[in-house]
Write a protein that binds this ligand. Structure first.
Ligand code: FAD
Length: 421
């Protein structure tokens, strides 16, 4: 598939998260018939309760210089925002070593540029999708608010590198910080304002996309994908709990679980779950003007239309354990107490919702987008880590282009799934 002279008429996608849905949208734009299969309804896994940020300013890969020292410090700290389960490290030491290798300055900078370029390209793609499929999208920027000079300086350095790619430099905010957001904790003194970042309400984005795709004739099947039918070395159908699903080309967009599927085809994709949490207050008394990021405690806050306020954060290397741990929810709440005043207060009838999700994380912190090695008609789009919403639209366009035409004008070469082989 994707080669000159070949025509793709029926594509089957595993995974109806942000990545699978955006890919379906772009395949439909190319005139391809699409079936999406998922064991849960669209948008209900990691794409559900995240912060919804579209933030080229945060293009940095998770493995960053100094992360090992930071993880060791955080190990002995209560409420640390980043942690690794020793059991997961022992189960997959190769992943951990790859993560450490990727945190050297050279690979980090390369990854920052790669995700910076791709996410900046993605703003235009997302705008085009949203013009056809309206969903909640805010172009309100992102205010970085700092507890320490260390994080402030670190982010200024990354912004300098991203400025080389054409991203506007942030504005410094100091004396008038409370005029920007009256709810900020009085200890906070310094901020940086990035005007060009956006945010969406993620469940509205996936819900609207799913409704649009249904109208366009995309078939949604509920079922667990268990294997593949292969004929003459080519995959011809998926084996699922709801029967076989035939197709000409297949896209694996199964989030953190994608590696379990590629393994059945004899190809490794070393994905780990980077577990995160969010608390959403519907009917919050605190009305933020814009999203806020507190890098020292790795806390993201997003306001949504109609008085929604979401606090998101924490990163625990946790394998596939997607159980919600109430102690982690309270730890997230304690980090919010250091950042905002009165965030938990609700209007009458307001409610609070806690959520957890597994970010699909490859050891180098970059996604895998493209043809699966050794497979003629199987493609993959997974491993977007902290940036799955930011990169969903350009990923969908790039992988659909590759499946249909064998090429794309988006900058996906650094994300070749073959780099692990
Ligand atoms: C707390 C938190 C905050 C975040 N904030 C942001 C943010 O502000 N901005 C941002 O860009 N990103 C953010 N992220 C990351 C983002 O949410 C993810 O990168 C993104 O949702 C991944 O999308 P996906 O489509 O790859 O995976 P998912 O949404 O997990 O979808 C994968 C789907 O595949 C299905 N599937 C897998 N295997 C099978 C199978 N064998 N059979 C059937 N179905 C299968 C699953 O059921 C699932 O529905 C955040 C994540 C967390 C946890």
């Amino acid at each position: 598939m994707g080669k000159e002279g070949e025509v793709l008429s029926r594509a089957v996608i595993v995974g109806a998260g942000a990545i699978g849905l955006m890919s379906a949208y772009h395949l439909v734009e190319h005139g391809v018939s699409v079936t999406i299969v998922d064991r849960v309804p669209p948008g209900q896994a990691c794409s559900f309760g995240n912060a919804g940020w579209i933030t080229p300013s945060l293009a940095n890969p998770v493995p960053e210089p100094g992360i090992l020292g930071q993880v060791l410090t955080w190990l002995v700290q209560r409420d640390s925002p980043f942690s690794m389960r020793i059991s997961e490290v022992l189960k997959d030491p190769g992943w951990f070593l790859g993560f450490l290798r990727a945190s050297r300055p050279g690979p980090y900078e390369k990854g920052l540029y790669a995700q910076g370029v791709f996410s900046l390209q993605g703003m235009e793609v997302l705008s085009q999708v949203q013009a056809k499929v309206p969903f909640e999208l805010h172009r309100d920027g992102l205010l970085y608010v700092f507890h320490t000079d260390h994080e402030y300086e670190k982010h200024l350095k990354d912004f300098e590198k991203l400025a080389a790619l054409g991203m506007a430099r942030p504005r410094k905010v100091e004396a008038d910080l409370r005029d920007w957001e009256p709810g900020l904790h009085p200890d906070l003194k310094k901020a940086l304002w990035v005007e060009s970042d956006w945010h969406v309400r993620p469940d509205d984005m996936t819900g609207s996309l799913a409704a649009y795709l249904r109208e366009k004739g995309v078939e949604f099947r509920e079922g667990n994908v268990e294997g593949f039918v292969k004929t003459n070395g080519k995959v011809t159908a998926l084996i699922t709990s709801a029967g076989e699903i035939p197709g000409d080309a297949f896209l694996l967009a199964g989030g953190v679980w994608t590696g379990l599927l590629t393994k059945k085809l004899g190809v490794g994709l070393p994905l780990q779950g980077g577990k995160g949490y969010s608390i959403t207050i519907w009917g919050a008394k605190l009305r933020l003007q814009r999203p806020l990021y507190f890098p020292d405690v790795r806390l993201a806050c997003s306001p949504f239309a109609g008085g929604g306020l979401r606090l998101a954060g924490r990163m625990e290397i946790a394998g596939f354990d997607d159980r919600l741990d109430p102690r982690k929810v309270e730890a997230l709440a304690r980090s919010a107490d250091q950042a905002l005043v009165g965030w938990r207060e609700k209007e009458e009838g307001g409610r609070e919702m806690a959520w957890t999700g597994l970010r699909p994380l490859l050891p180098d912190g970059l996604p895998a987008i493209g043809r699966l090695p050794r497979m003629e008609n199987v493609f993959v789009a997974a491993g977007h880590g902290m940036l799955g919403i930011t990169l969903s639209a350009p990923t969908g366009k790039a992988v659909a282009d590759l499946m249909v035409k064998g090429e794309t004008d988006l900058a996906v070469a650094p994300f070749d799934p073959g780099r692990f082989h």
